[in-house]
Design a protein around this ligand. Structure first.
Ligand code: AMP
Length: 405
């Protein structure tokens, strides 16, 4: 089945056009600067050159019209008729407590998405716009929603409740939701395939390390805990986000610096984490270059990043009551041998032994990076969230389901 996967942000849309039969991406690209006169569409068809179009794209509906037009283009397209787009899969950040699986988008689902806007005021409105536009331009294609939160929704209360009055959870749904769910789900399933063991029998820690980073404890294929929380700010120290912190610090900074709520939000989301600590960069490649060049602040920021991951590996091994595999994925997890080495250093007592030579050699694809003696397998697995979205969409459409887990 040919499926258009859409990931709509406030001013950008990323897309992939996937053939699920052989799991290939026929074309991919993105529209940036939506709402401006100099919007940019970058389109990469399979086995052809990348093209760039600059022009006025004022809203998500026009952007999606352009995406469909470029997929149909005689020179750069990959289809001849709009109806070859058999279904559309949408990445939706926040499904709240309503969605524990991917769903066919119906009027009732749209209403529930709108009801969840308060939980993700920045992320869900663009997804809703994208769904409405895709429906209008592709009225014959079923639309499905795949949520970043749904893999984590069934965590036990001991993992999702915060230590605040329960009434506030009930009134405002303040709890741990967790994000990157499609990635954690995908790589834990791939780990089971690599280890040739049913996922029901495995205890896995999945580390999705990228610009945004999170870790999940996956027991028997289910997420039982994860580091991101009510929003994607909690947990690991990230490129620009602070991660775990004493909540009093926020109140203290706001008072001392005279910050508004919006300014404090920007400080913690955009100017903290590795950029805030190092003053060098939020980008791990640049940070590593600075570490190698002897920059002390960059080294401290790097150490803070890796130490927080190591702490969570220990914590989640305890939460899982044992560990079979630790998975590294995301731009940093897949590519940074320095981070993997720092996280796995001196973890022999937990049964984690990294094959340092193999790790240094930066092997591509899915690789077992542990020594043959390592009780816990250390796996590097490239994530593929778009493929998960396409496969969930296919399953819903082909089986006539309203929901898949
Ligand atoms: P993502 O958000 O998953 O695309 O990941 C982006 C992050 O991956 C950025 O911090 C990049 O610097 C990092 N990254 C990509 N390639 C490498 C590499 N070869 N070594 C270290 N970090 C990398």
């Amino acid at each position: 089945m040919k499926i258009l996967v859409l990931n709509c942000g406030s001013s950008s849309i990323k897309y992939q056009f996937v053939e699920t039969k052989d799991k290939t991406t026929l074309a991919k690209g993105q529209v940036e600067r939506i709402g401006m006169s100099s919007a940019i569409l970058t389109h990469q068809p399979i086995n052809k050159d990348k093209i760039k179009i600059v022009g006025e794209i004022l809203d998500h509906s026009i952007a999606i019209e352009y995406v469909i037009a470029v997929l149909l283009s005689p020179n750069h397209g990959v289809i001849k008729d709009k109806n070859e787009i058999e279904a559309v899969g949408h990445r939706v950040i926040h499904g709240g407590e309503t969605f524990s699986g991917s769903v066919l988008i119906t009027d009732a689902v749209m209403k529930a998405l709108k009801d969840n806007i308060e939980l993700a005021p920045l992320h869900n409105p663009p997804s809703i716009k994208g769904i409405e536009a895709a429906k209008a331009h592709l009225p014959n294609a079923p639309q499905c929603g795949v949520f970043d939160t749904s893999f984590h929704v069934k965590m036990p209360p001991r993992a999702y409740l915060y230590g605040i009055p329960l009434e506030l959870y009930k009134r405002y749904k303040i709890r741990r939701y967790g994000f990157h769910g499609t990635s954690h789900r995908f790589v834990s399933q791939r780990a089971s395939a690599m280890l040739n063991k049913p996922i029901e029998k495995l205890k896995i820690i999945t580390c999705h390390l990228g610009n945004g980073s999170s870790i999940a404890a996956v027991d028997g294929g289910r997420s039982i805990d994860t580091t991101m929380g009510f929003t994607p700010l909690e947990g690991l120290v990230m490129g620009t986000r602070c991660g775990d912190m004493d909540p009093s610090v926020i109140l203290y900074i706001m008072a001392k610096e005279g910050l508004t709520q919006a300014e404090a939000n920007t400080l913690l989301n955009k100017h903290s984490g590795m950029i805030g600590l190092s003053g060098v960069s939020s980008d791990m490649r640049e940070l590593e270059d600075a570490v190698m060049a002897g920059d002390k602040k960059a080294k401290d920021a790097f150490d803070v990043f890796c130490y927080r991951i190591k702490k969570y590996v220990g914590a989640y091994t305890a939460a899982l009551g044992g560990l079979d595999a630790i998975v590294f994925t995301g731009g940093i997890g897949e590519n940074s041998e320095m981070v993997r080495q720092a996280v796995c250093k001196d973890m022999g007592y937990l049964g984690i032994e990294l094959n340092e030579e193999l790790n240094q050699s930066r092997p591509g694809g899915e690789v077992d990076l542990s020594t043959s003696n390592s009780k816990v397998k250390v796996l590097k697995i490239p994530t593929n969230e778009e493929l998960v979205i396409a496969l969930d969409t296919e399953e819903i459409v082909e089986k006539g389901l309203s929901e898949v887990k």
